[in-house]
Unconditional design. Sequence first.
Length: 362
Amino acid sequence: MKETSAILDKALQDMPLKQQEILHLLQLTDSEQRERLFAAARIQRQRQFANKVFLYGFVYFSTYCRNECTFCFYRKSNGEPVRYRKSTQEIVKIACALAEAGVHLIDLTMGEDPQFLANNGLGNEQLIEIVRLVKQQTGLPVMISPGVVSNDMLVKLKQAGANWYACYQETHNRQLFNSLRLNQCYDKRWNSKAFAKTIGMLVEEGLLVGVGDCAQDTAHSLVKMRELGAAQIRTMSFVPQRGTPLYNTAIPDNCREINIIAVMRLLFPNKLIPASLDVEGVGGLKERLDAGANVVTSIIPPQSGLMGVSQSTLDISEGYRTVAGVTPILAESGLVAATLAEYVDWMENQLGGHVKGEAVCR
Ligand SMILES: C[S@@+](CC[C@H](N)C(=O)[O-])C[C@H]1O[C@@H](n2cnc3c(N)ncnc32)[C@H](O)[C@@H]1O
Ligand SMILES: C[C@H](CCN)[C@@H](N)C(=O)O
Ligand code: SF4
């Protein structure tokens, strides 16, 4: 008990924590001690962001993928998911509806769909056009989550208006990475993020929990996240998927994810940390916010024919994964949605000097 308090006091004084101290916090199981951890995380969030939360619209516009990630419902050989590829027009329409509803950002996500990634130019052109139009029509910041793409493509996507590149390493344990992201290259994935940073994009890094990782792996990942300089960092509990190699893996206790969110907040007080609706739906939102998260991700319009990633249907058709659906939950925790201007300010601040004067939205 005493040890926990001493570590939290250090964190609240913005003193760096030792690896052993980080491990201690990650592994807390006692509910009273965990509550202290979350309370400290909320103090740090309040200092940096007051009671303001950002809301991200999620547009999973193609569920086709060339990869075979063992954890993913949409891996190429899985016959279970309904595959779809939305047209440019549909994507823009959905993004505009999300903007109208009040989200601060549009996250354009796809499986590594060969149709968009093939080197014939046409698919690439379409992807660039989607980003350009979504940006122009919504006037919002745009995040792209297309998997690993070439540096050349990243430059074009940035020029078309993409502000953020999201690409999650899942783990920084190379052996584990190789067992999860089959036939993919750890360094290539990492380098694509490092490159995105050099061209002035903001980068999101992420971790999966419950796929054979341990607390030491998490602590190591937190070091790597700092090394990368990610502006948004996330963790999501693994959700077992029908038809995939990891289907029979035990569902991880959500305490691990919630502890990691709080530790992330203490170690990275001024960064964005999502509470994803894609793990436990709206029912899991309050717990994640109360652990220090400050972004609600995976807001999906109902009746749009769109899916989530790890929870492909949960809470979507009911209209709960919407701005209206999450607003009362924010209020329960004393939080409110930020204004768009506040979000843009935060982004410009993060970008700092090196793209000075470059408008984020306009
Ligand atoms: C589906 S991918 C979309 C972007 C792109 N295809 C890629 O892999 O980078 C987004 C993320 O969802 C997460 N994810 C996928 N399947 C999951 C599952 N079953 N449980 C939890 N998270 C999952 C992974 O962290 C993955 O990086
Ligand atoms: C994992 C997805 C994000 C991809 N950039 C989305 N389902 C989410 O939870 O935010
Ligand atoms: S995580 Fe992404 S790259 Fe891997 S199978 Fe799923 S959609 Fe494809």
